[in-house]
Design a protein around this ligand. Structure first.
Ligand code: KIV
Length: 263
C-alpha cells in the first residue's frame, strides 16, 4: 500500500493534525527528510542557499525542474511542492505552459506561486486545467527588489484586512492551500480561521495549520543571516567544519587511510 500523502489527505489535516513541511533541493537530503515530514518544498530559496545568490529572483524554471527531479527520485511519502520561480507566471498562458512542463517533467504534486488578488485569474486558469496551486501571501520574497527589502506584513489594520481578503480571493479562485510568510501572528490566525484550505506558516506564528522551514536554516548550514523565526535544530556548519578539519589533519599526518580503510 502506498504511504504517499495525497492532496485529499493533506486537506483533511486542516484543524486535525499539524502539517510539517521542509525544503529540499537534492535527492540525498530529501530521502533523509521523507519519513519525518508531510511535505517537501523545492523552494526557489535554493537560489540563495544552494547557488549563493543574494535573492531568489534569478532562479530559472530549468534549475527548479532539475532540483525537483532529484528530490522526486528519492521521495516515497511526502507531498512535493514546486515553487514557480520569478517571471514564470506573469500571465495565464505562460503560467499554464510552465506548470504543464513541471507536471510533465517532474512528479511534483502541486505548484506554488506568490501573490494576492492580482493572481486570481492565473490561479483559476491553472486550476481549471488540472494544476493544483498553493498561494503564497504576506511577505513575498520575489517582490524583495521591487519593494526594497523584506518587511514583515500585516502590521497595520489595513494591511491585515488586505491579506485576509487576498487569502479569501485565492481560495475562491481554486488555490488548494496557502503559504503565509512574515506576518504578525494575529494575521495568520485570522486567515487560518477564515479559509477552509490548509495554511502553512513561515515566520507567521503558531496558529497556522502547518509550518515550513528552509532546511539549511534549521540545520545550521546557512550562516549569512538568520531571521528571528528560524529555530536551529542543529549546528550543521560547526559539525561539518570539525569533521573536515579532522579529515584534513589525518591526511596531512598520514594516519588516513589506516588499515581498516585499506583493501
Ligand atoms: O523558497 C522557499 O523556500 C519558500 C519558503 C520560504 C516558503 O518559498
Amino acid at each position: 500500500m502506498s504511504h504517499k500523502l495525497t492532496l485529499k489527505k493533506l486537506q483533511k489535516m486542516k484543524g486535525q493534525e499539524k502539517i510539517v513541511m521542509i525544503t529540499a533541493y537534492d535527492a540525498l537530503f530529501a530521502s533523509l527528510f521523507d519519513s519525518y515530514v508531510d511535505m517537501i518544498l523545492v523552494g526557489d530559496s535554493l537560489n540563495m542557499s544552494f547557488s549563493g545568490k543574494p535573492d531568489t529572483i534569478s532562479a530559472t524554471i530549468d534549475q527548479m525542474i532539475y532540483h525537483t527531479q532529484a528530490v522526486c527520485s528519492r521521495v516515497e511519502q511526502s507531498f512535493i511542492l514546486f515553487d514557480m520561480p520569478f517571471g514564470t507566471y506573469s500571465d495565464k498562458e505562460s503560467a499554464l505552459r510552465n506548470a504543464v512542463r513541471v507536471y510533465q517533467e517532474t512528479e511534483a504534486d502541486a505548484i506554488k506561486l506568490e501573490g494576492g488578488r492580482e493572481k486570481v485569474e492565473i490561479i483559476r486558469h491553472l486550476s481549471d486545467n488540472a494544476i493544483a496551486v498553493f498561494g503564497h501571501i504576506g511577505l513575498k520574497p520575489q517582490s524583495a527588489r521591487s519593494e526594497g527589502g523584506y518587511a514583515i506584513k500585516g502590521k497595520s489594520e489595513a494591511e491585515k484586512q488586505e491579506i485576509i481578503e487576498n487569502a479569501l480571493a485565492l481560495e475562491d479562485a481554486g488555490a488548494v492551500a496557502l503559504i503565509i510568510e512574515g506576518v504578525k501572528p494575529d494575521v495568520a490566525e485570522a486567515v487560518t480561521s477564515r479559509v477552509s484550505i490548509p495554511t502553512i506558516g513561515i515566520g507567521a506564528g503558531v496558529s497556522c495549520d502547518g509550518q515550513v522551514l528552509v532546511w539549511s536554516d534549521m540545520l545550521g548550514f546557512f550562516e549569512e543571516f538568520m531571521p528571528k523565526f528560524v529555530k536551529q535544530y542543529m549546528d550543521g556548519g560547526a559539525l561539518v567544519r570539525e569533521a573536515v578539519q579532522n579529515y584534513a589533519a589525518e591526511v596531512k599526518s598520514g594516519t588516513f587511510p589506516d588499515e581498516a580503510h585499506t583493501y
